[in-house]
Design a protein around this ligand. Structure first.
Ligand code: GLA
Length: 396
């Protein structure tokens, strides 16, 4: 197995040794993701277009000769202790973050995997709770360690679905497949077009150096586990059943006019977002293939508008970043911007002229501070390689 594209955080080995008085045997890294377009439609049979980013969850691990897995991290005050002899239950988790490894462990134990006692140190360069999928990155880094330690080998799709189930059952979030697929299957300089109905993944080259992706983290923390995400999913399922269709892929934009007679106001809004976002995502792939960046930018703004008004998952801080992007415009270096991820806080993604990236970052941070009195963390990212895991000796 090859070494990761980014070195482990410099102090990770030292932290591991300090925490557990031994040296690690395995290391796993799993990146966060950013979604260019196709939001809230992965659980609606849609298309999504994410990329893994160059920020990772890193896990270092060693066996400890016990029947327990101990997890420590500088990010969490408490140590997690997972017992291997009793089936994990969601309410065992003393903190929300412990639900992710517990859920993944439960899936491994269900498959009768021979998981040994482990000491694990985790560190993240993915900002936590920022809409960049730190939870999926955590699940996948942890699952990769369990694969190595137990000898249970999973295909990429099996591993992604296992982690998605862990999130459903243990974190209570009925998420789609986008985050786990992107973190595992990410490719350098490629977006991933994921058909969430067939689960086919098609890499889409994004290698024109004249444009770059800018992520802006509002530092407003969302709680996807809060009822809103589940409510949106329930709305969409209800709208689908009132329309009498099996899949959103069977509904066209033209059908929405007649749908207005069948659906309540808010269900019609949800339906309109899903159907138009599926179309926008397919149009975005064409725009990328044609390097037609103005068009892609328009689709991103339209996506944001639909998420804010019809799907109602944006918030004033995300809208402010998008308004700043529009203020700067193409002449100021920004083709388009939108919220990315689950919403209710978190981050935006912008398509920016590389030659103007520096001033755009500076304007974003300065104007945002001026308008909201809060700090914005903006950075340039490139589509990056997906998760990797290997015995620790191989990095020397
Ligand atoms: C979260 C979920 C994903 C997806 C996005 C919204 O990140 O985990 O499955 O639904 O929200 O597109």
């Amino acid at each position: 197995m090859s070494a990761p594209s980014e070195n482990p955080p410099a102090n990770a080995l030292a932290n591991f040794a300090k925490a557990f008085q031994q040296t690690p045997l395995w290391m796993a890294t799993a990146p966060g993701r950013v979604n260019l377009i196709g939001e809230h439609i992965d659980y609606n049979d849609g298309f999504v277009l994410p990329a893994a980013i160059n920020r990772h969850f890193t896990a270092l691990a060693s066996t400890n000769g016990s029947r327990k897995i101990r997890i420590r991290s500088q990010h969490f005050a408490e140590e997690a202790v997972l017992c291997l002899d009793t089936p994990p239950k969601p309410d065992q988790a003393r903190s929300l973050w412990m639900r992710y490894p517990l859920g993944v462990l439960a899936e491994f134990l269900d498959r009768a995997a021979d998981v040994p006692g482990l000491d694990i140190w985790v560190a993240s360069t993915v900002p936590l709770g920022s809409g960049l999928s730190s939870s999926a990155a955590f699940e996948i880094a942890f699952a990769s360690i369990l694969e190595h330690a137990s000898g249970l080998s999973l295909s990429q799709v099996e591993k992604a679905l296992l982690c998605q189930r862990a999130e459903h059952v243990f974190a209570g979030v009925p998420c789609g497949i986008m985050d786990q697929f992107a973190s595992i299957m990410g490719q350098n300089d490629h977006l991933l077009l994921i058909d969430c109905q067939s689960q086919d993944v098609t890499p889409v080259p994004m290698n024109d150096d004249s444009v770059c992706l800018v992520v802006a983290n509002t530092n407003v923390h969302h709680s996807l586990a809060s009822s809103e995400y589940a409510k949106r999913k329930a709305d969409c399922d209800e709208a689908k059943s009132q329309l009498g269709v099996n899949s959103w892929r069977d509904v066209r934009k033209e059908d929405l006019a007649s749908a207005s007679a069948l659906l309540d106001g808010h269900l019609l809004k949800r339906a309109r977002h899903v159907v138009t976002e599926i179309q926008r995502t397919q149009d975005a792939v064409e725009a990328i293939q044609d390097h037609y960046w103005e068009k892609l930018g328009e689709l991103m703004y339209a996506s944001h508008d639909s998420l804010a008004k019809d799907y109602e998952v944006s918030c004033p801080e995300l809208d402010t970043v998008v308004a700043i992007a529009q203020e700067l415009g193409v002449s100021g270096g920004v083709y388009g911007a939108r919220m990315t991820g689950g919403g209710f806080g978190g981050s935006t993604i912008s398509l920016v002229k590389t030659s103007q990236a520096k001033p755009v970052l500076a304007c974003y941070e300065e104007y945002y501070q001026e308008y909201t009195g809060q700090r914005l963390d903006a950075f340039v990212t490139r589509p990056a390689q997906g998760a990797q895991a290997f015995p620790i000796a191989s990095i020397h």
